[in-house]
Design a protein around this ligand. Structure first.
Ligand SMILES: Nc1ncnc2c1ncn2[C@@H]1O[C@H](COP(=O)(O)OP(=O)(O)O)[C@@H](O)[C@H]1O
Ligand code: SF4
Ligand SMILES: [Mg+2]
Length: 332
């Protein structure tokens, strides 16, 4: 089997107004497209990073994998099995293989449950009886380097890093093949961020787990992922191998994100560009290339025509007209 997870042309829309209002506002679609035509795949033991500003559609794309939102177009296959519109009964065993690590584990962890209950809850949810819940919980805490003495703790007694570890232990309960980590280091001190990343890296090496990591933090992307995609207004504007994108970012948006990151590539051009302007609203997408309102390279054409995602290298794709021009110059 080539890929553990494969997404093809996923589109997720959310309704923004009622049927009558939509009829009255003829011409205006009653939907926003939170994710447009996203395709990606993750192999076993690989990490894929999704990057983009807030509202880019990252969480929505991740939720579509778990069936928490239903794409109205496209396909998702996990271990070759199609997931979109799978009924709950058929989805349940798959959910054992895909675990979610939440953005805010303290908020998501039930405040009245002890760590023992929190890390063993997935067994309950899946109706799996444990001969010795305490022993299993100790094994899970050990995987994330927490001592057994934490079993009796409650979420409010944990530090940010400890809570994150408990979240990871819980995600590991059912031996998942894939962990979806939504902003795994958000809100943590830099030193604790490093600890959590090392933990994820170790789990990947030791247990062969694949990760889908969602993050604003480019040093997380750089240090953890094999492949990445940069999302803007629900679309992938550049996607490819992480090393290659960091060495040779080609889309103007990627270039700006990477040069404004605190840890740019030492070999990358030193010009620093700050992202100008506001992210456009999904209700009023700019015509043409949707990045044109903020793009320092925008030309007339960019305001009326939209570039498609084109392959520019091994697994490396971008959607920008500049690439076509470069090719024309080289070949012409
Ligand atoms: N359940 C929902 N109903 C309506 N709109 C939603 C819903 N979930 C997300 N959105 C909208 O979809 C867009 C993408 O959101 P999200 O996937 O959370 O972005 P990100 O995780 O990149 O910050 C945003 O405009 C958000 O407001
Ligand atoms: S197509 Fe034009 S506006 Fe869009 S990213 Fe490329 S240069 Fe910028
Ligand atoms: Mg999000």
């Amino acid at each position: 089997m080539k890929n553990l997870l494969e997404l093809r042309d996923i589109r997720v829309r959310f309704r923004t107004k009622g049927f009558l209002k939509a009829l009255l506002d003829r011409g205006k679609e009653p939907f926003i497209e939170a994710v447009c035509s996203a395709s990606m795949s993750i192999g076993q033991g690989e990490t894929f990073a999704l990057v983009g500003e807030s509202g880019a559609g990252k969480t929505t794309l991740a939720r579509s994998i778990l069936g928490l939102v239903t794409p109205d177009q496209g396909s998702i296959a996990f271990k070759g099995k199609p997931l979109v519109r799978l009924n709950e009964k058929a989805f349940k065993p798959i959910k054992r293989d895909i675990a979610m690590m939440f953005q805010d584990p303290v908020g998501c962890l039930s405040p009245r449950l002890s760590v023992l209950s929190i890390v063993t809850e997935p067994f309950k949810i899946h109706g799996i009886s444990l001969p010795d819940a305490k022993k299993e919980a100790i094994r899970l805490l050990d995987l994330v380097n927490l001592p057994a003495s934490f079993l009796k703790s409650y979420p409010y007694q944990l530090s940010g890093g400890q809570a994150r570890r408990v979240g990871v232990a819980r995600a590991l309960a059912l031996n998942p093949k894939l962990i979806i980590a939504d902003e795994p280091t958000a809100g943590l001190d830099v030193s604790v961020q490093g600890e959590i990343l090392n933990l994820m890296y170790r789990l990947q090496q030791e247990l062969g787990i694949s990760f889908l990591v969602i993050t604003h933090n480019l040093s997380v992307v750089r240090h953890t992922s094999d492949h990445m995609a940069i999302m803007y207004l629900g679309r992938f504007v550049e996607t490819g191998p992480t090393d290659e994108i960091f060495k040779n970012p080609r889309h103007p948006y990627t270039q700006i994100l990477l040069t404004s990151s605190p840890e740019p590539d030492p070999d990358a051009p030193k010009t620093r560009t700050i992202l100008q302007g506001e992210i456009p609203s999904l209700i009023n997408r700019p015509p043409g290339c949707e990045f044109n309102t903020r793009c320092p390279m925008a030309e007339d054409r960019c305001r009326s025509e939209s570039p498609s995602l084109r392959r520019i290298g091994e697994n490396h794709y971008i959607s920008c007209f500049l690439e076509e021009q470069l090719k024309e110059q080289v070949h012409g």
